[in-house]
Write a protein that binds this ligand. Structure first.
Ligand code: PMP
Length: 391
C-alpha cells in the first residue's frame, strides 16, 4: 500500500515489452535496416499513446529517465534558454525534492526563486501566484498532485494567470498523470514531467511534455550527443521501456474513470475504519481535492516510524523523509502547519490498482492494533487521557 513510491508493472505492460528485449532488439535510431524501422515504429506508437493521455501531440513528448530528469530538464533548460528574458522563477514549498533541489541549485547560480506557501489543506492560492510575479519572472513550477498528501493543485487557474502574463508554466505530474484527467491545452501547461513507474509501467523511463506551439518552446538540453529526441535529450532510446510506458498510458486512459471510483471507495473505507476505531487521528491535506488512492493521517502520541516497525508485513511509509541518523519531520506536513509532534506521527497510504478490499480491511485492523498498543505504552498518552478524565 505504498503506491506513491512506485507501482508494480501491470502484466499487460510486461507482455508487450518482452519481445523488445529479444527478437525485436533494434536501435530506433538505425534508419538503414528493418530492425531499426521496427523499433522506430514501436517508439512512434508509444509516443502517440502517451501524447493521447495528455491531449498533446506526439512531437511534444521527449523521453527521459524519469520525472527527476524531466524536472531538471524543464527548470534548467528554461532558465538557460530564456536567461535574457528574466531570472526569476516561482515554485511551491511542498514540491518534490527534484524541483526544490534544482531551484536551490539555480539560486546558487544567481536565479531568484520565490517559494510560495500553502494553506493548511495543502493548496496554493492562484492569487499568491499572481502576486509573486514580476517582470523578471520566466517560469512557474507547480506540481499536479503531491506525493505525500495527494493534494491536487489548481493548475488550470494558475495556467490561465501564467498565460495572461506570458510566463511559462511547468507542472510536475509524476503523481497525477494516469490517475486524474490531464489536458495540457485546457490547463495551460507548457511543460509537464511524468514517469512510467508511478503508473504501472517500468522504472527508468519518463517524459517531458514540451509545448510546440504558441509559444514554441526550446530548451537547452542537459544531455548532448547524437541529437536524439529532437536534440532535447541525446542517447539511444530504451525501446522496451518506451513501449511499456506507452501501453501503461493507454491502460490508464481507458481505465482511469473506473479505477478512480474504485480507489476512492477503498480509500474512504480505510479512512472510515481507522477513524471509527481510533481517537485522536487527523487527516492531512484537503479531504476531497486529493488523489483517489491517497490518505495521509497523523496518529497523536505515536511515532509513525514505530507504527511501521510494528507492521513489517505491510508496505506503508511515514510522511517524513527520514534519514536513519536524524529523522526530520516531513517538510510537506510542516508547510501545512502540522505541528512537529503530529508530523512525526504520520503515515502515508497509497492505494493502487492491485490492492483489494481484503487488504484494506487487514491494514485498517493492523494499524489500529499497533497504534493502540503503542499508545498503551506511552506515558504521554496516559497523561493526556488522565487529564481528559479529570476535566
Ligand atoms: N515528482 C514527484 C511528485 C514524485 O513523487 C517523484 C517520485 N517520488 C518524482 C518527481 C521523481 O520521479 P522519478 O522516480 O521518476 O525520478
Amino acid at each position: 500500500m505504498d503506491n506513491h513510491s512506485t507501482t508494480p508493472v501491470d502484466p499487460r505492460v510486461l507482455t508487450v515489452m518482452l519481445p523488445y528485449f529479444s527478437e525485436r532488439f533494434g536501435n530506433a535510431a538505425s534508419a538503414s535496416h528493418a530492425f531499426g524501422w521496427e523499433a522506430q515504429r514501436a517508439v512512434d506508437e508509444a509516443r502517440a499513446q502517451i501524447a493521447r493521455l495528455l491531449h498533446a501531440d506526439s512531437e511534444e513528448i521527449t523521453f527521459t529517465s524519469g520525472a527527476t530528469e524531466s524536472n531538471n530538464l524543464a527548470l534548467k533548460g528554461v532558465v538557460q534558454r530564456y536567461r535574457e528574458k528574466g531570472r526569476h522563477i516561482i515554485t511551491v514549498a511542498t514540491e518534490h525534492k527534484s524541483v526544490l533541489d534544482v531551484a536551490k541549485r539555480l539560486e546558487e547560480e544567481g536565479v531568484e526563486v520565490t517559494y510560495l506557501p500553502v494553506a493548511s489543506d495543502g493548496l496554493i492560492s492562484p492569487d499568491d501566484v499572481a502576486a509573486a510575479m514580476t517582470d523578471k519572472t520566466i517560469l512557474i513550477s507547480v506540481m499536479l498532485a503531491n506525493n505525500e498528501i495527494g493534494v491536487i493543485q489548481p493548475i488550470a487557474e494558475i495556467g490561465e494567470i501564467a498565460r495572461r502574463r506570458g510566463v511559462l508554466l511547468h507542472c510536475d505530474g509524476a503523481q497525477g498523470v494516469g490517475k486524474i484527467p490531464v489536458d495540457v491545452r485546457e490547463m495551460g501547461i507548457d511543460l509537464l514531467s511524468f514517469s512510467a513507474h508511478k503508473m504501472y509501467g517500468p522504472k527508468g523511463i519518463g517524459a517531458l511534455y514540451v509545448r510546440k506551439q504558441s509559444p514554441r518552446l526550446r530548451l537547452v538540453p542537459l544531455i548532448e550527443g547524437g541529437g536524439h529526441e529532437r536534440g532535447m535529450r541525446s542517447g539511444t532510446l530504451n525501446v522496451p521501456a518506451v513501449v511499456g510506458f506507452g501501453t501503461a498510458c493507454a491502460i490508464c486512459e481507458k481505465e482511469m474513470p473506473m479505477e478512480g471510483i474504485r480507489l476512492t471507495e477503498m480509500r474512504t473505507r480505510l479512512k472510515d475504519q481507522i477513524f471509527l476505531s481510533l481517537e485522536e487521528v487527523s487527516l492531512n491535506g484537503h479531504p476531497t481535492r486529493r488523489l483517489p488512492g491517497n490518505l495521509n493521517m497523523s496518529f497523536a502520541y505515536v511515532e509513525g516510524e514505530s507504527v511501521l516497525m510494528g507492521l513489517p508485513d505491510i508496505a506503508l511509509s511515514t510522511g517524513s523523509a527520514c534519514t536513519s541518523a536524524a529523522p526530520e519531520p516531513s517538510y510537506v506536513l510542516r508547510a501545512l502547519g502540522v505541528p512537529n509532534s503530529l508530523a512525526h506521527a504520520s503515515l502515508r497510504f497509497g492505494l493502487g490498482r492491485f490492492n483489494t478490499h481484503e487488504e484494506v480491511d487487514y491494514v485498517a485492523g493492523r494499524v489500529t492494533q499497533v497504534v493502540r498498543r503503542l499508545r498503551e505504552a506511552s506515558p504521554l498518552y496516559e497523561t493526556a487521557k488522565g487529564a481528559v478524565q479529570r476535566a
